[in-house]
Design a protein around this ligand. Structure first.
Ligand code: AMP
Length: 512
């Protein structure tokens, strides 16, 4: 069993040193070059930078070719990677770096100055390492080292997901979890080899990067697109390459199928397009199947069990004569190979088909726990099962349908937004007495954020003032698109705010 994932690249490099590993704006590098760079980064981390085994290293990088040499270099050195969405606000990145006690953070140039100014790292730490800096070039001139021997339970990736407490929590993913995820890819989605191409059009810190692991292990050619999601560039790649696989969040898929080239572009080069991370509208899914043919796969997973809870395979999605087609298209499928999934009541008793309860799962993919967070662990991990916080039901055939997400989480453009995080920021405003943040349906983004805010007596609040506060403290995509200044919030007899009533209020006012 290969345990340190960085060995997977070494194996490919031995056999196919000149095969393209990564193509980006900078050109193409081969597996041989990637392998050398991984060894050098690892050598620098342990040698020049003096990091001790098990130290955490942040990755706050836009999509770029260096992503993989950094990620696999961290693993080769026996360190733990903490990938973060580069779109996060620098204060959010600083929180994660502090929470994980990172000793260094690799970042792309755009973020370097902003992170540097926050002085997150103590003097003497390697600190912020920008990919365009002289320091980074010096790392790549270091001597290579061999893999540090690793065990299956060694921590590999801290996947920071927002928590219901509003503070991000680090799901600790071990080599065992990531290897299981890769094996499950081969079992349920596609077997892969060096003829495959993996197109990365979504952030590498999440689904696209996680599924680079099964691709790099088999010598696939990774094409990395930086910048925002642009359907045109995707159609171009599909026209010039064969056996291409890519991830798209439902909102991205919707942009692809509504693009002017959809339908006429040559997409024969597409092998597999997998989507997930948020609910997919059935009408969009039907249109996508018409355009791309039987090449779509739906994935249901979460950071705590990366990419791997249930799925709807290609042939199932393509079965147009299935008597329950609509239901199957609306479902998120059957459990992945080797994964247990149950729908249970609050006491963990399995519910009969059709009854809605919480989805729980158990497998080698499930995280060991949250980093340094026993309270969250006690809630989420019980008797070996991960409580996902998602509500749904299973049908008699075992297809799972998600009814509602853990009550209040908002999913906008494929990204999770936790209301509490925004509420905490709004409550720092001296004139805000109370507030509640909820999601409202949006045709393009799935949902958008709406804030209800109660001013202190005699205080005057403006939407502009509140927006400025949010812009200062949270990522742009998380901030409310609508601020409703109200006199009071609906509450139950325990004084808890009734968000369901607020949602109803929005509906009744026609979302206007
Ligand atoms: P994350 O941890 O960021 O990957 O978000 C995971 C959450 O996204 C899950 O707990 C679900 O609420 C939601 N999600 C993931 N995949 C799907 C899917 N296929 N359909 C509906 N919701 C999904």
């Amino acid at each position: 069993m290969i345990v340190n994932l960085s060995q997977t690249v070494r194996r490919v490099a031995k056999r196919l040193p000149n095969h393209p590993a990564i193509t980006s704006e900078r050109g193409t590098i081969s597996y041989g070059q990637l392998e050398t760079n991984i060894g050098r980064i690892a050598g620098a981390l342990r040698g020049r930078l003096g990091l001790a085994r098990g130290a955490r290293v942040g990755i706050a990088m836009e999509n770029c070719a260096e992503y993989f040499e950094v990620l696999y270099g961290i693993w080769r050195a026996g360190l733990v990677a903490v990938p973060m969405n580069a779109k996060l606000h620098e204060k959010e990145i600083a929180f994660i770096l502090g929470n994980a006690d990172c000793k260094a953070c690799f970042c792309t140039p755009e973020l370097a100055d902003r992170l540097g100014a926050l002085q997150i790292f103590a003097p003497g730490m390697p600190g912020v390492l920008s990919t365009d800096s002289k320091d980074y070039a010096a790392l790549l001139a270091s001597d290579c080292i061999d893999d540090v021997e690793s065990g299956p339970e060694d921590e590999a990736w801290l996947f920071y997901t927002s928590g219901t407490t509003g503070r991000p929590k680090g799901a600790v993913l071990s080599f065992r979890n990531l290897l299981f995820m890769a094996h499950c890819y081969y079992a349920d989605i596609d077997n892969l080899d060096e003829r495959d191409v993996k197109l990365h059009a979504a952030p590498l810190s999440h689904a696209s990067g996680l599924y680079a692991i099964p691709h790099l292990a088999k010598g696939a050619h990774n094409i990395v697109l930086s910048g925002s999601f642009e359907p045109d560039r995707i159609f171009d790649v599909l026209a010039h390459h064969q056996s291409v696989t890519m991830f798209a969040a439902p909102t991205m898929l919707s942009r692809l199928i509504n693009h002017q080239r959809a339908g006429s572009a040559d997409t024969r080069g597409l092998r597999t397009l997998y989507f997930g991370g948020a609910p997919m509208y059935v009408s969009d899914l039907k249109k996508a199947l018409e355009i791309f043919g039987p090449k779509l796969v739906q994935i249901y997973g979460q950071g705590e069990s990366p990419m791997t809870i249930s799925f709807v395979g290609k042939h199932v999605l393509a079965q147009t004569d299935h008597p329950r087609r609509e239901e199957i298209l609306a479902s998120c499928g059957v459990p992945r190979t080797g994964v247990d999934v149950k729908v249970v009541d609050g006491d963990g008793r399995e519910l009969p088909a059709g009854e809605i309860g919480e989805v729980i799962t158990r497998s080698d993919c499930v995280m060991g726990g949250y980093w340094n967070n026993p309270e969250a662990n006690a809630k989420s991990l019980r008797d070996g099962w991960l409580w996902t916080g998602d509500l749904g039901f299973a049908d008699a055939e075992g297809f799972l349908t998600l009814k509602d997400r853990s009550k209040d989480m908002i999913i906008s453009g494929g990204s999770n937004i936790y209301p509490r995080e925004i509420e905490e920021v709004l409550l720092t405003h001296p004139m805000v007495l109370e507030c509640a943040v909820i999601g409202r349906e949006h045709p393009d983004w799935g949902e958008e954020v709406v804030a209800f805010v109660v001013p202190r007596p005699d205080a005057t609040l403006t939407a502009q003032g509140l927006d400025a506060l949010c812009l200062e403290n949270v990522a742009r995509y998380k901030r409310p698109r609508d601020y409703r200044i109200v006199e009071s919030l609906p509450k139950n007899s325990y004084g808890k705010i009734l968000k369901t009533d607020l949602r109803q209020l929005l509906k009744e006012s026609g979302n206007a």
